[in-house]
Design a protein around this ligand. Structure first.
Ligand code: NDP
Length: 333
């Protein structure tokens, strides 16, 4: 059973030496346990938070444990009546060939015939798609004609947020790294305008935002933080809403903090956190809505699949240098 273990807590950017690949015997499930053959693992920025020994919505990954990740796989052997060998399941497991689990709230069967692809349960139909769906349709609720600014816009969450906000009639502007990703925002995901943040300091970024958002910003869907958020705060409208979904630019370094937070007072604006786990009881509703939009050709999504558990470290680090083109997934089988 090849496993990708955490062996030391990263300081700043994770190094390869913070992890180790290890082979151990494949376990046998006892009564009440299931052995899952993991086919795909979801590589999420959230994993970076679980590597730290800091308060979070889940406990830190213990030193010596395999790195926690959402996976989809098939039941290899089962000591639980309702799970049969061959069934497809998804759950919060680990980056390892086989996971021995007792059924929990995170684990559930998946119908691969009802999805655009097996991996879509880790992308459009999974946590990132649900984040975009509930983020836009429940937490943000943009009105027609309002301006929505999305950072991390070419990524898994951001690309879907932009499309969903457009479907509600908003004017959508995205921030992403590089000309290729910016072209993809407008050409493939239908954003009204795209801003390349690379090589821009806060002032230059704020200027680009002012040009792309001539009527100001009514909603910010924040995936990045740092200078992206600070530049956006300079252009928010009265009673604007800022939804903090992620702060990826700050995960590997010192928190930057929102320096222009004074603008919340000036504009009587609201900034609040968003956590997809809070919507767990509504996931079926969200997945159905997303599947319907994909079926109608109204929503597209992209996946970036890397091969093999031995590539777990370089594949994970792509999230932080921006060389992932879509939802980052690791193929384990
Ligand atoms: P993505 O597919 O968006 O991949 C990460 C992207 O972040 C990279 O491609 C890169 O894009 C961008 N990025 C990385 N470092 C920086 C940086 N220093 N400055 C600016 N951009 C950077 O990942 P996800 O869609 O899975 O996640 C996006 C965000 O959403 C993350 O912050 C994540 O933590 C958050 N999230 C939050 C959830 C919640 O419940 N709150 C649930 C799911 C995700 P580029 O090339 O454009 O730089």
């Amino acid at each position: 059973n090849r496993r990708f273990l955490l062996v030391s807590r990263p300081e700043g950017s994770p190094r390869e030496s913070d992890f180790r690949l290890e082979d151990s015997p494949v376990p046998t499930p006892g009564p009440g346990e299931i052995l899952i053959r993991n086919h795909y693992a979801s590589l999420d920025p959230a994993i970076r938070g679980w590597l730290d020994d800091a308060p979070s919505y889940l406990p830190p990954i213990a030193i010596g444990d395999p790195v926690r990740a959402s996976t989809i796989g098939t039941v290899e052997a089962s000591g639980v009546d309702r799970f049969k060998p061959g069934d497809w399941v998804m759950g919060l497991n680990a980056i390892e060939a086989y996971s021995l689990v007792t059924p929990n709230d995170f684990m559930h069967p998946i119908d691969v015939s009802a999805a655009p692809s097996v991996t879509s349960y880790l992308s459009a139909m999974g946590a990132v798609g649900l984040t975009a769906w509930f983020g836009v349709s429940d937490a943000m609720q943009p009105h027609p004609g309002q301006t929505v600014l999305v950072s991390g816009a070419a990524g898994a969450v951001g690309s879907m947020v932009g499309q969903l906000a457009k479907l509600r009639g908003a004017r959508v502007v995205g921030i992403a790294g590089g000309a290729t990703k910016c072209a993809r925002l407008t050409d493939r995901y239908g954003f009204d305008a795209a801003i390349d943040y690379r090589g821009k300091d806060e002032a230059a970024l704020a200027e680009a935002i002012a040009t792309a958002c001539p009527d100001g910003i009514d909603h910010v869907f924040e995936n990045v933080g740092g200078v992206c958020l600070d530049a956006a705060l300079r252009h928010i409208n009265q009673d604007a809403q800022i939804l903090l979904c992620g702060l990826i630019s700050e995960y590997n370094g010192d928190p930057h903090g929102a320096r222009n937070i004074w603008q919340l007072i000036v504009k009587t604006a609201t900034m609040r956190g968003f956590l997809i786990a809070r919507y767990a009881d509504r996931f079926p509703e969200g997945s159905q809505a997303i599947a319907a939009l994909i079926g109608e050709g109204k929503l597209v999504f992209d996946e970036h699949i890397e091969q093999g558990i031995d590539n777990a470290y370089p594949a994970f680090m792509r999230l932080f240098d921006g060389t992932n083109d879509g939802k980052m997934i690791l193929k384990l089988v």
